[in-house]
Ligand binder design. Structure first.
Ligand SMILES: [Zn+2]
Length: 135
């Protein structure tokens, strides 16, 4: 299976209303860290037109929020007002018993995107994203 098909398969197992409900209890990234880089991530980067953000938003993820068991903000590296690297993590709630942990590499806009799927449980997974700007 290619990467996109595998991701579509994961997305098809998500319960978007439960995921939306989970995010109601999570902190905003800027509540967990007051640094300029987290501010840039929450206020600007998540508004970039990237497929992964549209997909996660459609799954009920609140992109402005941190998951509370990773409460340290988002690791972001900016150079001259451009984000060159960041590592956010998001949680999806659903039925993932047929999903395996995996790592995918994709291109989204001007970024190489690595997506690591970590299975916490059959009922929730954490997606660790790494964005690296393509020079
Ligand atoms: Zn920060």
């Amino acid at each position: 299976m290619d990467n996109l098909k595998t991701i579509e398969n994961i997305i098809s197992k998500v319960d978007s209303s439960k995921t939306r409900g989970f995010y109601l209890s999570q902190n905003l990234i800027k509540d967990d860290c007051s640094c300029e880089d987290c501010k840039f991530y929450q206020d600007k980067f998540i508004k970039y037109s990237l497929d992964i953000f549209k997909t996660l938003d459609g799954c009920g993820v609140d992109l402005r929020k941190n998951i509370n068991d990773e409460p340290t903000g988002v690791w972001v590296v900016c150079e001259e007002d451009k984000l060159v690297h960041c590592e956010p993590a998001y949680r999806l709630i659903g039925d993932f018993k047929d999903i395996n942990e995996d790592v995918f590499k994709l291109i989204n806009g001007n970024y190489n995107l690595t997506m690591q799927v970590f299975k916490n449980d059959n009922s929730f997974i954490t997606i660790y994203l790494t964005f690296d700007k393509i020079e």
